[in-house]
Design a protein around this ligand. Structure first.
Ligand code: RAM
Length: 355
């Protein structure tokens, strides 16, 4: 155990998770992100506008992480919008690329959007379109993956450093602090993965016997992730560990490692949804991985966006709002609202989650 304090905290948090039904609620209860406002800080609540046209635009469609973050069924972004009396629509392209996502953003604008909630495939390529939207008075909120210079607010799933550090600490423990490590990421332009990889490189300095030999990109596409993982294993026959910080990449890499040729030879961790990883956790291809509650991320992004579009909050540090069942949140530095800490999933809790 390389970081007992952090791991201990996460373990304690996960002990609260007892049944599939309660799991999601418990992740909220222990998130620690909701900040109770002092009685003095509570003002008469500003009325929220109703009937706003809100478009939820994930990196791409067909990715179960975003389906969970956005859907009514999972109580994600579209559910929150419905609760608030807004008109919510999910739209995007099929590939997690700016070329595929930008036309969906443009179409949302021409369909009369009041709010855009976007997971950015690129920190800059979307900016002309998003800045154009902001000039027209459209509220632009990024969630999951940021475009820092061209949005009003960013709703962040968990501390970026926390996400990077914990993945390195998990793989280092599995690798017994030694050997060649590679990363199978998403798009090479993805703001979130690149930020986490930056923190991973810093955290790796704590493990001088682990060498990061290669970063490859599976583009949040299963077939591409499989191909690049296979290429990696061929090019680096001594590879001892892989981190895949993407919910599409991690199950794809796990499927490659869960074969006679590689079974038990290469350690694996990363980010993914629990249902997609259950098999690989239980057969020990990937004993531990990390995520947060994607539905709560979408839900929080919707509340933040509607509060901003209604003039109930600005994006200044300390502005606070209530996000329905999640409680009160505050705008922090860099116009960012934080959901909570990341979670480790393992054999002790993997059966408890239904997303
Ligand atoms: C993929 C996407 C998303 C990321 C998750 C963990 O679904 O890249 O942006 O947050 O993985």
């Amino acid at each position: 155990m390389n970081n007992p304090t952090k791991r201990g905290h996460l373990r304690t948090s996960l002990l609260c998770v007892v049944t599939a039904g309660l799991a999601v609620a418990s992740m909220v209860a222990v998130s620690g992100a909701a900040t109770a406002a002092s009685p003095r800080a509570v003002k008469a609540s500003h009325p929220l506008k109703k009937g706003l046209k809100a478009f939820v635009i994930p990196k791409n469609l067909g990715n179960s992480y975003f389906t969970t973050a956005d859907s009514v069924k999972t109580q994600g972004a579209l559910y929150a919008l419905k609760q608030l009396g807004e008109v919510g629509t999910e739209t995007s392209g099929m590939a997690a690329t700016p070329a595929s996502q930008i036309p969906a953003i443009q179409s949302a604008i021409s369909r009369g959007a009041n709010i855009l909630i976007v997971s950015a495939t690129d920190p800059v390529a979307l900016c002309t379109t998003l800045k154009g939207a902001m000039k027209r008075g459209i509220t632009v909120v990024t969630y999951d993956s940021d475009a820092p210079t061209c949005r009003d607010l960013f709703v962040l799933q968990a501390s970026n450093q926390g996400i990077g550090d914990i993945e390195v600490d998990v793989i280092a423990k599995e690798m017994k602090d030694t050997g060649q490590l590679a990363i199978v990421s998403a798009e090479s332009t993805a703001t979130n993965q690149n930020t986490w990889i930056g923190y991973m490189k810093t955290e790796l300095k704590k493990y001088p016997h682990i060498k990061l030999v290669k970063i490859v990109y599976g583009n949040d596409d299963t077939a591409t992730s499989t191909t690049v993982a296979e290429g990696l294993l061929t090019a680096y026959p001594k590879l001892a560990g892989i981190i895949s910080p993407t919910s599409v990449g991690l199950p794809a890499v796990a499927a490659v490692l869960d074969t006679a040729k590689y079974r038990g030879k290469v350690h694996l961790t990363g980010l993914a949804t629990p249902l997609e990883m259950k098999k690989y956790v239980l057969d020990r291809t990937c004993p531990e991985f990390v995520l947060w509650n994607p539905a709560n991320l979408g839900y929080l992004a919707a509340y933040a966006a509607v509060n901003y579009a209604s003039g109930a909050i600005t994006n200044k540090v300390g502005q606070s709002f209530t996000a329905g069942k999640l409680g009160k949140f505050k705008v922090g530095a860099d116009e960012t609202v934080l959901l909570g800490p990341p979670f480790i999933f393992d054999a002790s809790n993997i059966r408890d989650f239904n997303f």
